[in-house]
Write a protein that binds this ligand. Structure first.
Ligand code: HEM
Length: 146
């Protein structure tokens, strides 16, 4: 039975990903006024370099384990608009794919050297809002039924 291992892996990767985004939105953005433009850009460049080394593995494992969990859930419940779990899980997956698109686009922009400070900030706020909705959906799909 692979499900519990995939679920724990999924949760640990989600914690790591959400933790990084939380740090960037609430800690780093709060430091922006005190650090000055040049220092902030240097910190962001360092963070992006580190993220490019670690995050592809975290995100890869998050989506691989998620794909397996999703496959098992849809196999059990079926894909139907009349099934609340199937609807909420589909919205969660759509939001997760949007996060993936943000992530790939940010990594490519950083690789090409065109990740400005403003784009860095906007990307993180958008990804953070996605994450909050994903976590709410991940839990409510088992409790809110119609
Ligand atoms: C940004 C990407 C994602 C994040 C942050 C995320 C986050 C989470 C979280 C926090 C949970 C609750 C785990 C728990 O409390 O036990 C969860 C559950 C789940 N996720 Fe994801 N997820 C993501 C992507 C995906 C994808 C792409 C899929 C499917 C293709 C998926 C399928 C599932 C399923 C089926 C569950 C329910 C597992 C269960 O409780 O039995 N997730 N996710």
């Amino acid at each position: 039975m692979l499900y519990p291992y995939a679920l724990i892996t999924h949760l640990l990767c989600a914690i790591a990903f959400i933790g990084v985004v939380f740090f960037e939105v609430f800690m780093l953005e709060g430091m922006r006024p005190h650090l000055g433009h040049a220092t902030m850009e240097a910190v962001e460049a360092g963070l992006v370099r580190r993220a490019r080394q670690i995050m592809p593995y975290v995100v890869g494992l998050l989506f691989l384990s998620g794909a397996y969990l999703g496959y098992e859930q849809f196999s059990a419940s079926g894909l139907s608009w009349s099934n609340s779990l199937s609807v909420l899980l589909s919205i969660k997956i759509a939001l997760a794919l949007s996060v993936l698109a943000h992530f790939i686009s940010a990594m490519r922009a950083a690789g090409a050297g065109c990740m400005s400070s403003d784009r860095f900030r906007r990307t993180h706020i958008s990804v953070f809002i996605h994450m909050v909705l994903i976590v709410i959906l991940a839990k409510s799909m088992f409790y809110f039924t119609w």
